[in-house]
Design a protein around this ligand. Sequence first.
Ligand code: GLN
Length: 489
Amino acid sequence: MRYELMDASSIASAVTRGEVSAVEAVSASLDRIGRLEPRLNALITVMEERALERAAYVDGQVASGCDPGPLAGVPVVVKDNMCTRGVRTTCGSRILGDWKPPYDAAVVELFEKAGAVIVGKSNMDEFAMGSSTEHSYFGPASNPRDISRVPGGSSGGSAASAAAGYVPIALGSDTGGSIRQPAAFCGVHGLKPTYGMVSRWGLVAFASSLDQIGPFGRSVGDIALAMDVISSHDPRDSTCSRRERPSFRDGASSPAVKGMRIGIVREFLEGPLDPSLKRSIEGTASVLVSSGCAIVEVSLEESASFGLPCYYIIAPAEASSNLARFDGVRYGFREEAPDLVSQFTRTRSSGFGEEVKRRILTGTFVLSSGYYDAYYLTALKVRKRICEEFDRAFRSVDVILMPVAPSLPFRKGDLLDDPISMYMSDVFTLPVNLAGLPGMTVFTGLEPSGLPTSVQLVAPRWQDRRLIECAAVIEERFGCPPVAEGGAL
Ligand code: GLN
């Protein structure tokens, strides 16, 4: 059987019924990784030994009649900024190149408790700063739909792993678009949950008021399944809410979208946008209308104009503070020097890459005395206005339908020397993080070129289930994302 083509729930039920062993399913995943990884570089670490041990453990549970969990024997990949005990967690950086955490991230614990088997840690832009996975100390990853193109970023390796059929489910983190944009570029679904929905315990922080963990998958059912497993309260992350979580799987299997009001954002369709992506929005709107939804035009003028500059003050400010801990004393890489200050300087100068240093410098500048009010404080006020603008829009609509990124996946190297154009890749996704809202990339098909198209759905805080429901209806019409195979690879 070709496990790489199966979704997570089919693998889990076959394993639970004893029709296939977890070791077989995981070995198939490891084989595929071995075959394709030289071309994709989607993983920084392949966890072969731990994966096979874990799979054998799941098989033991099945043999002894214990419930192995809803993800029994399902191979998964997690982004390399999520801690795995005893397995290096690099954040795509030289400075953490050989750092082995002493504990597992909450999502890793939850996945393993549910029977999932982690087969690898995915490639990413250094410390999740970037939109192409080209800013990785471990080399760029490729897009499995066309290996001359980037997979998006920063969770490019996770998106590529799901699209290439390494695994049915992968985890990424999203601070300004890092799940949704690579999902769009690689042609899979990807969900950034409401801020506070999923525990970030053990996620190496980039910008703490924006970071959220979420799943990639090739079916809405798998995204829902992953969400049911990872979304729960965790006292170890003080921002993780106590609210009761809905059943996402129920939302996927019986979507109730009839009567929903869907907002189309005028400003986002007027700006630069690839014509195929504009057509996707229109096609999706008519699918939703034929399922009983109404289309309403909304305006998000401030988000469209000020989202990007606001994000590029707040995120670097928080990053400059979060990354201060990497000084070569307690973690990872160290460059020796005759005195402590030059040890810090040398370690940080050669341990961090260019983009990370650009963010640390920007962040330190906007927080420095004399500039704090003009930049940081102003950005906080703008952020408040962006939140209020979304709240206003959600008085007249239930879900907003908009693009994920302005373009189809670009070629490797095209934007590397042009940071501002790279930042523009996230112009539609950043405001959603600033407002703490849930956002989802839903696959809408492949162009004749083989490149994928998609749309972004956004809901009010804690209404993530609505996204799953709309996505299920869209998937029924456009089909599940296929595994990238053959010519493209
Ligand atoms: N591309 C954006 C950035 O570089 C967002 C990254 C992210 O969501 N982690 O900051």
